[in-house]
Ligand binder design. Structure first.
Ligand code: P6P
Length: 336
């Protein structure tokens, strides 16, 4: 048989996880791949809803505002409930934290079996849904902490980002792509609608070490710290030479581009929002884990994102994330 005609191997995300666990975590029980299966299932359902937005009644606002004070979109609720229901059937998940929920959902008291905590932004950038701009789901996975008294739920949740055991995102765009890491590199899978499975599309993603793209909402220029303003003046100068500005206004899309093409994304503090806008637990932490696993870096302007110890569920943080050389350059102006 002419092997060159053979179709490329179809490697699904479950196969990929099991293969890498066999090599890197031989004692793994397959629990993690069982848990990640809930996320892949939920995001396939969400992708279907996003793809049909406009045809089915999922567009527009519910008229409510969430704990963030943001206008809740119908798809936000659909995505949130879809993920919660999928995870709810995984008996190894004890707690869920969502951007859309004021409080954590305690599925079961954390014990040796229900030891995972899943934190997620079910549909980030949802205000862009009605105009067909790419949006995304972001997730972070922690394990319960040993020695925490019963009922002290927040002690299990408010862990620094370096304790994440896995993180990932799904971008709903021209194709649906899931990127994830378990601390063993970053791997990407593209949803194949023909077979309803995520197929391996990039293994061991490396963020370009430099990149002449900066991504920031310059409308807030006058509200930024002086050092950030100085960076923005430099990056447009002849001395910098050849930087381009790309800002989609959807974090997952802006990050996905930065991960693949290099560059730097910035959401600095402003005088109106001294802690910035983005959330630490289920936006900055998972993306910082992925960025570092791909050779990039992520800071809040003072410290490594993954070293921050959260103090509140929906805590916000400034975020500068991307190619190491580009993040260092922002810092050199910010703290000059
Ligand atoms: P601004 C979307 O609402 C979001 O939370 C992120 O996806 C995005 O990066 C950011 O806000 C955009 O915020 O203030 O530039 O509109």
């Amino acid at each position: 048989m002419d092997r060159s005609l053979a179709t490329p191997a179809i490697k699904t995300i479950q196969q990929h996880i099991l293969e890498r666990q066999r090599v890197h975590h031989p004692d793994a029980t397959g629990e993690f791949s069982w848990l990640l299966g809930a996320v892949t299932l939920a995001t396939k359902i969400i992708a279907d809803q996003v793809r049909r937005a406009g045809l089915v009644d999922v567009l527009g606002s519910t008229g409510d505002t969430n704990v963030q004070g943001e206008d809740v979109q119908k798809l936000d609720i659909i995505a949130n409930e879809t993920i919660a229901r999928s995870l709810g059937y995984r008996d190894n998940v004890g707690i869920m934290v969502s951007e859309e929920d004021d409080e954590p959902r305690i599925l079961k008291e954390l014990d040796a079996q229900a030891r995972y905590i899943v934190l997620f932004d079910p549909l980030d950038g949802s205000s862009n849904i009605d105009v067909n701009v790419s949006i995304g789901t972001i997730f972070s996975i922690l394990q319960r902490r040993e020695g925490v008294a019963a009922g002290k739920v927040m002690d299990h949740i408010l862990q620094p980002g370096y304790r994440q055991i896995a993180a990932g995102y799904v971008i709903y765009s021209s194709s649906t792509v899931m990127a994830y890491t378990t601390g063993d590199g970053v791997h990407m899978f593209t949803l194949d609608p023909a077979i309803g499975a995520y197929r391996l599309s990039r293994e061991g993603v490396v963020m370009p070490p430099v990149g002449k793209t900066y991504s920031i909402n310059e409308a807030y220029y006058s509200l930024f710290p002086g050092g950030v303003q100085k960076y923005l003046e430099w990056v447009k100068s002849d001395e910098a030479g050849g930087y381009g500005l790309r800002y989609i206004g959807s974090l997952v899309a802006d990050f996905h581009r930065t991960l693949l093409k290099g560059g730097v994304f910035l959401y600095p503090p402003t005088t109106n929002a001294p802690q910035g806008k983005l959330r630490l637990l289920y936006e900055a932490n998972p993306l910082a884990f992925i960025a570092e696993q791909a050779g990039g870096m992520a800071t809040d302007g003072r410290q490594r994102i993954l070293d921050k110890t959260p103090t509140a569920l929906h805590e916000r943080t400034p975020l500068v994330i991307g190619s190491k050389a580009e993040v260092d350059r922002v810092m050199s102006f910010w703290h000059a």
